[in-house]
Design a protein around this ligand. Structure first.
Ligand SMILES: Nc1nc2c(ncn2[C@@H]2O[C@H](COP(=O)(O)OP(=O)(O)OP(=O)(O)O)[C@@H](O)[C@H]2O)c(=O)[nH]1
Ligand SMILES: [Mg+2]
Length: 365
């Protein structure tokens, strides 16, 4: 699962990326504006820790999310406007976007527009993404039109339907409406999937708050959430700079530091949790040999597909899954005991895996 971090210049993208990945990518401006940083984040997971302790697992493998820190987008970048093709292709390949917006004040980091105005910046960034999509849609229309004109009757209908959809999408983009709020039908979204349009991707707004506002972070988050609820955009507010510094400390030190600052939780953990919510992800677990492992899949994933996440052979030769909720197995102590008590469920290939399931896949190839 790849998440692209986007935003206007100097809004704190690299800082947020470092906070998430415990990384040391150079903040303070992308050199030459072309560097992309890729970081894999191991998802903190209390249930996995408890399961591993219960099963005395030697190897504990958390679920992972991949974040990409990209050069800034926006005409103010000074590269003739619009994102580079490198940024565009990285964004197209992303499953979702984190849109970082700046509210922190710092005189030594002047805002390219000369003032701090997050709502102006959010609108400007939305326009950038809309323009990128408009260019994709216009190119596609140019390519499809002559093919449809010269197609035989009977073969023409599908092309005409595609053109009608593209024209409608184009009109919406020209009105600066992101496609995710256009209310497209599921089959229309499916038809557009191959174009990897940016404004169809789920977006999480990440409000990057200054240290001086650390104790007001919950209120700031609520204010933004209320304002962007109508657009269906979820929001998370974090102190990027503080979280980056905290990510370099031990857990105990970070906890003490947070309390001194009036922060009631880890902004990074909240950000990761919101990424899960944004992408509609759930976690299931396997305990095999001495390894206890967490896996992420989209909600409503059938057991056979989930098994394929572990190994393609398991998907191909899927027979059935034994399943039990994480809390239940913690009470029982082992799969064998759960089986004895008759609470280990037997599920078929179309069973929708539930968040927190511990699965044992039976397969034959
Ligand atoms: N005080 C404060 N400074 C921040 C915060 N976030 C970022 N900065 C500073 O702002 C500057 C830019 O931060 P970056 O993380 O490099 O921003 P960016 O969006 O990656 O910048 P580009 O990649 O050049 O567009 C750096 O000097 C950071 O230290 C914050 O939450 N508080
Ligand atoms: Mg950067």
């Amino acid at each position: 699962m790849d998440l692209g971090i986007v935003g206007l210049p100097l809004c704190g993208k690299t800082t947020v990326f470092n906070a998430l990945t415990h990384g040391h990518a150079e903040a303070g401006g992308h050199r030459a504006g072309v560097e992309t940083h890729v970081g894999v984040v191991k998802v903190p997971d209390e249930r996995l820790t408890k399961l591993a302790a219960q099963f005395q697992s030697k190897k504990v493998t958390p679920a992972e999310l991949c974040y990409l820190d990209l050069p800034a987008m926006g005409a103010s970048v000074g590269r003739g406007g619009g994102p580079s093709s490198q940024v565009l292709s990285a964004l197209s390949a992303s499953d979702g976007l984190l849109h970082v917006v700046r509210t922190f004040q710092r005189e030594d980091v002047p805002h390219p527009q000369g003032s701090i105005d997050p709502h102006r910046d959010i609108a400007a960034m939305d326009v950038e993404l809309v323009l990128a999509d408009l260019s994709i849609v216009e190119k596609r229309l140019e390519r499809v039109a002559p093919v449809v004109r010269s197609a035989k009757p009977g073969e023409r209908e599908a092309g005409e339907r595609e053109m009608e959809l593209l024209r409608r999408v184009k009109a919406s983009l020209e009105g600066e409406t992101p496609l995710r709020v256009q209310g497209l039908a599921a089959e229309e979204e499916r038809a557009l999937r191959d174009y990897a349009l940016l404004t169809l991707k789920p977006v999480l707004l990440v409000v990057n708050v200054g240290e001086e506002d650390a104790s007001r972070i919950a209120d700031i988050e609520s204010e933004f959430a209320a304002r962007y609820a109508a657009a269906g955009t979820p929001v998370v507010a974090i102190c990027g700079q503080l979280e980056m510094e905290l990510a370099q400390l031990s857990e105990e030190e970070a906890w003490e530091f947070r309390q001194e600052l009036g922060l009631t939780d880890s902004g990074v953990q909240r950000l990761i949790q919101r990424t899960f919510d944004l992408m509609g992800l759930i976690t299931f677990y396997t305990v095999v040999g001495d390894e206890c492992r967490a896996w992420t899949v989209p909600q409503a994933t059938p057991a056979q597909l989930a098994a394929g996440k572990i190994h393609s052979d398991m998907e191909r030769g899927f027979i059935r899954a034994e399943a039990i909720g994480c809390q239940e197995i913690l009470v029982c102590g082992s799969l064998a005991e759960a089986r004895k008590r008759g609470i280990l469920r037997t599920e078929g290939k179309s069973y929708c895996v539930q968040d927190g399931d511990v699965l044992h896949i039976l397969f034959s190839v």
